[in-house]
Design a protein around this ligand. Sequence first.
Ligand code: PMP
Length: 286
Amino acid sequence: MFLWNGELVSEEEIQVSYNDRGYYFGDGVYEVFRIYRGQLFEKQAHMKRLYQSMHLVRIHVPWDEEALAAKLDELAADFGNGDGYLYLQITRGAAPRTHTIPDQIDPVMLGYCEPYASPISQIKQGIPAMTTEDIRWHQCNIKSLNLLPNTLARQQAKEAGAEEAIFIREGMVTEGSASNLFIVTGGVIRTHPADRLILEGITRQVIERIAEEEGIPFENTACSQDELMAADEVFLTSTTREITPVISIDNQPIGSGTPGPVTRQLQEAFNRFKLVFDRKNILSIQ
Ligand code: PMP
């Protein structure tokens, strides 16, 4: 089933207008929720970010957070008990093409679930990454459909044999093309502050909580490209990649060139966090 403008429908019932502003301008926002054993992981945090994105681009939906969250639960229930992700996007709606925002326009919402499993070997062994110039706008905190710089960067990485592109803005590391980036130096975790130059990842929020519980110092300060290359450990986080070690950047090994101890400690803590989430849901279902 698909979630289409607030209703669960079959694929045949979905009709997107050629006048949809998502199609013309990328005028819309989206979220990717992880589903572990049929349950939406960190649902409230994703909902909050979605409504914040809509607020910042001035898209108004007729559903409040709670009503929409209930619809997403229905969609996830239809998906079953497996592992996967839920993709949700909301465009401003359809109207004859004009740059200004039409007065009367109804947003268009599409959601669906797909089976998905984490890339275990990458999470265990780590990945090569490359750096590239951050050519994006100054509102990267909005999870907007405008992903052309991100897709071009990822393609560039792929062609260089790397698994992620790391954005560099004026000599400073911002984030990955679809992930947040962290360095570990002298036992301290550092990542770019959650300002308008990065998307504040939901996984990033979990990492900050976990680091505190584990007693690992965590700093919200940007690092330079030189500090990145000289770090003891580098890792990235996202809903689909969880915590993935970065073992080389631009063909230079990072630290020992293998996943480091702080990254592995966080991975173990993250797995325990998921288990607690699982148990909570099993208890709430019973
Ligand atoms: N930054 C960017 C640019 C992203 O696309 C993503 C993936 N959505 C992230 C960071 C990580 O966010 P999350 O942990 O919520 O998946």
